[in-house]
Design a protein around this ligand. Structure first.
Ligand code: BG6
Length: 487
């Protein structure tokens, strides 16, 4: 049998009464400890963390500056026909030079956290070996700027920009040598930044650089390898995660927190009856068996291994132990739903296909169901007893335009944000352990194979002038953060 097919979002898109009031914000507005803001709208818990997220290759630019060498995304973007409009991340948002302006944008939103990623080929241009001090110095400057603005840096170590040198030398993630090199790089960054950075994510979204990078080939490095090799490549990426967790703990100052930024299929019960809810729980484990479940349980599910048959990954108990190295929190990137119904035959659950009329946002893969922001934390708590959950990404693309008055009225993103936050609020109200929310993204950026054609930002970016313009959604998000409640 072939390897279990993960239904990736792109594949899918193609297929079809207050007590003592306490101050809670710089603005001086008030919320009650009982969870009701002064407006009467239920608020988020008092210490709920609000943030925004970005990734290095999508915003930094300066692709050939200060010693950086290419990543697989530089190569892929240069390959004709791979990225819409032939766009590349060469300049992107020029964040490498404009980071101060961008930190000021974060500050104006009032967020207390920012999730950025470090570019591996900026720090180790060859993937390993000599460190590039100028590259590291950029992350020193950015981190210091954030801290001076009162914003806590949350650092992702790998957001898909694998050094091309490692792809050339070892076939990238097809070799566990790459996983070892990743752990060394992770240890280096943790040693260097953990005097100021207290939260690290080793890897962002396994499916997107493994299944899409080596399976369907719709993301860098654009390969299509056979099922057995793909399952082993998935396993190597899990090892990279586990070894990096161990390496960060050994290298970093005491007390750093390490977590995931994973995008599992978020299994939403098609109707909230006990039978469908139970089916959604089972589906959440099984449909995410290759990555999330393996990390949280330290084993591959029986169904995954038997479906893979002779193509199953080879592994040892020691490796599974490393993969399941204890985490301090679990972050999930929450976008599109997988609807599940109870099914007495077979696995006990079935995926409900979406009708062609199902609403979606500007990206073809991004179907709308705010329930994902509720079920993601609830599943983590119920299935795996996770105590601290973050939504590490959530947001949507929109066909943004600058109106005649110079404003960007992204009312669809406002609707998306408001409904997802209401759903997240339902989770906190019921006591599920959701501790914070990072919006994807701070500003429009290089959206991988969509190039600059799809916009996810709270700030509109004019890529000819690099001007940043706050959208209506930025105003909404600022208000949400200020009230600590859905606005
Ligand atoms: C998230 C990624 O899954 O989705 C981001 O972590 C990405 O890097 C975002 O920009 C939107 O995805 P896409 O494929 O539409 O650019």
């Amino acid at each position: 049998m072939s390897s279990l097919k993960l239904r990736t979002r792109r594949d899918f898109g193609k297929a079809i009464g207050t007590a003592a009031l306490a101050p809670w914000a710089a603005g001086g507005a008030m919320a009650s400890p009982a969870g009701t803001a002064a407006t009467g709208v239920p608020s988020f818990p008092a210490n709920f963390l609000w943030g925004c997220a970005t990734a290095a290759y999508q915003i930094e630019g300066a692709a050939h500056e200060d010693g950086r060498k290419p990543s697989v995304w530089d190569t892929y973007a240069r390959t004709p026909g791979k990225v819409a409009g032939g766009d590349t991340g060469d300049v992107a948002n020029d964040h490498y030079h404009r980071y101060k302006e961008d930190v000021a944008l974060l500050k104006s939103l009032g967020v207390r956290a920012y999730r950025y990623s470090v570019s591996w080929p900026r720090v180790f241009p060859e993937g390993r070996g000599p460190v590039n001090d100028k590259g590291v110095a950029f992350y020193d400057r950015l981190t210091d700027e954030l801290l001076a603005a009162g914003i806590d840096p949350w650092v992702t170590l790998f957001h898909w920009d694998l050094p091309q040198a490692l792809e050339d030398r070892w076939g990238g993630w097809q070799s566990r040598e790459t996983a070892k090199a990743f752990a060394d790089y992770a240890a280096f960054v943790a040693r260097r930044l953990s005097d100021r950075v207290r939260h690290f994510f080793p890897i962002n979204e396994f499916v997107c650089f493994i299944d899409q990078g080596y399976g369907t080939g719709i993301k860098a490095p654009g390969k299509q390898i056979p099922a057995g090799a793909l399952n082993q490549t998935r396993h190597n990426a899990l090892l990279a995660h586990g070894w990096a967790v161990e390496a960060i703990r050994a290298a970093a100052r005491p007390g750093v927190q390490i977590g995931l930024a994973e995008n599992p299929q978020i299994c939403v019960p098609v109707i909230e009856t006990p039978a469908h809810i139970e089916a959604a729980r089972q589906a959440m484990r099984e449909l995410n068996a290759p990555f999330l479940t393996a990390i949280l349980e330290g084993r591959y599910t029986t169904a995954y291994l038997s479906a893979a048959g002779r193509h199953a990954p080879r592994f040892t108990p020691e490796e599974m132990k490393a993969i399941a190295s204890p985490l301090d929190f679990v972050g999930l990137n929450v976008y599109t739903p997988t609807h599940i119904r109870a099914d007495r035959s077979g696995a006990g659950f079935a995926v409900v296909p979406l009708p062609s009329s199902y609403p979606r946002m500007a990206s073809e893969w991004l179907f709308l169901d705010p329930a994902v922001a509720y079920w993601a934390p609830r599943h983590l708590a119920e299935i795996w007893k996770v105590k601290d959950v973050y939504i590490t990404e959530n947001g949507c693309s929109s066909d943004d335009r600058i109106a005649a008055d110079g404003c960007v009225y992204d009312t669809d993103r406002v609707m998306y944000l408001r409904t997802h936050l209401a759903s997240a609020r339902r989770a906190t109200e019921e006591g599920w352990p959701l501790r914070g929310y990072f919006h994807w993204s701070l500003m429009d950026n290089f959206e991988w194979t969509d190039g600059y054609g799809k916009r996810f930002g709270l700030y509109y970016v004019d890529f000819r002038t690099q001007r940043r313009i706050p959208k209506l959604s930025a105003e909404l998000f600022r208000e949400v953060v200020r009230r600590n409640a859905v606005a």
